[in-house]
Design a protein around this ligand. Structure first.
Ligand code: 7RM
Length: 666
């Protein structure tokens, strides 16, 4: 295929795994389900409306929110900077909470939460609004004001959503850091955003163990001059003076127990009106350099996009119970645990722990207990369920389910079919939703009741989203394999990278001028269906988590024994990709199994457990181009045991054949 030749473009899209090769020959298709006809009626019009007048379509979607001042202009676009609904003012917390408060539905469940041990809590919309008001007042008494950054480092407990909404209520910008990240990762993110406060917990539960978040937070915060206050939710400790002491030692003057602050705070906190383009949050995500990027999302457009997609993709009705299994530390948790569903007044399910605790049926037992109707998870989880076998879901009544979704990585057709048969009992449509931290909300997806689905394809762009496949030169392609680009701005798009607009322009808008380039390769089939092939840049996708190759490399070379490192994602049955590291040791250092363990621990300490390399291969040389660039593509071939691709641009082609011979022998 000439258009995708390596010499034209260093990052050739190609399937992440062999499974995806089978995905490309997938012929099965599933017609829309008749029970979604009502959704279908509305949605068919949506495509027509959006293609006739895209801006009018998005303005219609924005009108579904409550605005206190109408916008003056739907879109102001000066490539690559968009302003949506400029001049408009709205109150996020009002849109997400208060809508139900003054009607008969105020005691409707907002959050049904399960802790990993058998504890359970239910917050009605009334409860939630009061807790958010209290938390907002608590932040205010600590001097947090509009525009300040607040870091949130919590387990999946209701306080995570409450903290986010409390920030939104006073106009503070939240930066949620996934609880699986290390102290060092937390510190870097706090410092980049110059957060003034950190909200954390004494710990959280994961597979029966306590994750001591407060200890990590303490370690991080000593290196964070901007942090004035640390607020600590008591999750694992008993009473004060009780077990919690072992997980949280409190620093006088800096640390405050959440429950103490809230006890004295009024539930009544007048909300800060937000301009449509005021920043709602920053969320850090991995890119192709060692340093994560602070993705900036604003208020009006983001809420419009997440609300519209929640409505049409998940077909949410008042009586639905929606469970998105993502952690709030990721964008999926922001958009489809918190903002989208709560703006709809939906009942959501939240879960703290692991899917196999206390046993491998935990998710299905929760579906049955809470009567979940719409379920949204990641392919990596589905592949694990598949491996565990059908007896676990079979133990529970899953008949309340009516719609299933996936997100985070390409889904192989076999996992799709398994999900369809074993979980959806062949009754539930599956929405495979493609989007990114940067896009804010769902971009390519089927609509239930409307779209014929094909296992492994995310199908078509959401109404109002314009995607185009291009070749290496940026020429539009009608079909075949190429690069996925977005050709016009959308409301939920990132506005910039925090503190680095230059990097924003270069990363997303320069490779194909005038287009947003998402970093993914894709194919378009003869029906115009999108098949996402995965990242074509140096970003890995490990169990649905985005990790930059360079990040792991930086962590490795930070170790005193390491001279150089190259890191690639290799195909993995369950995780999609696993991390494979090629390491050159410094003069005088000797490779050993204990050094290998040491390096793994070092990476975990620098980044977090999600970045732990599966393979560490000690070598004497790395394949490099004549200009000195490491050819990770070839290392990937080696790690996956594939025949080597084109090696003609290498400075020393012998290096790579030596590596290939040795790899796997250890
Ligand atoms: C929501 C989220 C984004 C990357 C993206 C893709 C991959 C996500 C799908 C998918 C195939 C999907 N945000 N990706 N969804 N690939 N099909 N339905 O995951 O910023 O963390 O990751 O994830 O490579 O670029 S993210």
């Amino acid at each position: 295929m000439d258009t995708l030749h390596e010499s034209h473009f260093p990052h050739t899209p190609r399937p992440m795994t062999d499974q995806i090769d089978t995905l490309l020959t997938e012929q099965r298709s599933f017609s829309p389900d008749a029970s979604f006809q009502e959704a279908a009626l509305g949605a068919a019009d949506l495509y027509a409306a959006a293609s006739t007048d895209r801006l009018a379509f998005w303005a219609d979607q924005a009108r579904a929110l409550d605005w206190i001042t109408p916008w003056k202009e739907v879109l102001n676009w000066t490539l690559p900077h968009a302003r949506w609904f400029d001049g408009g003012q709205l109150i996020v917390a009002a849109n997400c909470l208060v809508r139900l408060l003054h009607g008969p539905r105020r005691q409707k469940a907002a959050i049904m939460w399960d802790g990993e041990p058998v504890d359970r809590r239910v917050y009605t919309y009334w409860d939630l609004a009061r807790e958010v008001g209290r938390a907002a007042n608590a932040l205010k008494t600590l001097g947090v004001t509009k525009g300040d950054r607040v870091a949130i480092y919590l387990p999946m407990i209701p306080e995570a959503a409450i903290a986010m909404l409390a920030c939104a209520r006073i106009g503070a910008i939240h930066s949620v850091v996934f609880g699986g990240f290390s102290a060092e990762s937390l510190r870097d993110r706090i410092n980049d955003a110059e957060a003034v406060a950190l909200i954390t917990a004494d710990g959280g539960y994961r597979r029966g163990q306590v994750v001591p978040l407060k200890r990590f937070a303490d370690e991080a915060v000593v290196g964070c001059p901007s942090i004035r206050d640390v607020i600590v939710v008591r999750r694992v400790g008993g009473g004060e003076g009780g077990a919690s002491e072992t997980f949280a030692s409190m620093t006088e003057g800096r640390d405050h127990w959440w429950h103490r602050l809230l006890e004295h705070a009024s539930a009544d906190c007048p909300p800060e009106p937000m301009e449509a383009e005021d920043i709602l949050f920053i969320l850090y995500t991995s890119g192709t350099t060692g340093a994560p990027k602070g993705i900036v999302h604003t208020t009006g457009g983001y809420l419009t996009h997440t609300t519209a997609t929640t409505k049409y993709v998940f077909d949410l009705k008042d009586e639905d119970v929606f469970w998105c299994t993502a952690d709030v530390g990721w964008v999926t948790g922001h958009s489809y645990v918190v903002y989208g569903p709560l703006a709809h007044g939906a009942t959501i399910v939240m879960y703290e722990g692991a899917p196999d605790w206390p046993d491998r049926d935990r998710f299905w037992s929760m579906v049955a207990t809470h009567g979940v109707t719409v379920f949204y998870t990641a392919p990596t989880a589905i592949r694990a369920f598949m491996k565990w076998g059908p007896s676990y879901p079979a133990k529970h009544d899953l008949s309340t389910l009516r719609l299933l979704g996936t997100v985070g990585e390409p889904i192989n057709p076999e996992a799709w079919i398994w999900y369809h048969e074993q979980i959806g009992k062949e009754r539930c449509p599956i929405v495979d939703t493609w989007w990114q931290t940067e896009t804010g909300g769902i971009m390519i997806t089927p609509l239930p009741g409307v779209t014929t689905t094909k296992p492994g394809s995310a199908t078509k762009p959401f109404p109002g989203i314009e995607a185009e496949l291009v070749d290496a030169q940026g020429r539009p392609m009608a079909g075949g394999g190429g690069f996925l680009t977005i050709t016009s701005p959308w409301p939920g798009m990132l506005r910039t990278i925090w503190g680095d607009d230059q990097r924003y322009q270069e990363t997303y808008w320069s490779r194909f001028p005038g287009r947003y380039f998402a970093g993914d390769g894709a194919k378009l089939d003869e029906d115009g269906y999108w098949w996402i092939l995965g990242r074509v840049d140096d970003v890995m996708n490990v169990a649905g988590h985005r990790i930059g190759s360079m990040e792991v490399e930086s962590a490795l070379v930070d170790h005193p024994s390491v001279a150089e490192a190259a890191v690639v994602g290799k195909a993995h049955d369950l995780k999609g990709q696993a991390i494979a590291a090629f390491v050159i040791l410094k003069e005088g250092q000797t490779a050993s199994p204990s050094l290998r363990d040491d390096l793994r621990d070092h990476v975990v300490g620098k980044i977090g457990a999600i970045a732990k390399p599966e393979d560490i291969f000690f070598c004497g040389d790395l394949p490099k181009t004549r200009s000195g660039k490491i050819m990770r593509r070839l290392l990937k071939d080696i790690a996956e045991g594939r025949t080597l691709g084109d090696t003609t641009t290498l400075a020393d082609p012998a290096v790579v054949s030596r590596l290939k011979e040795m790899y796997g022998e250890e």
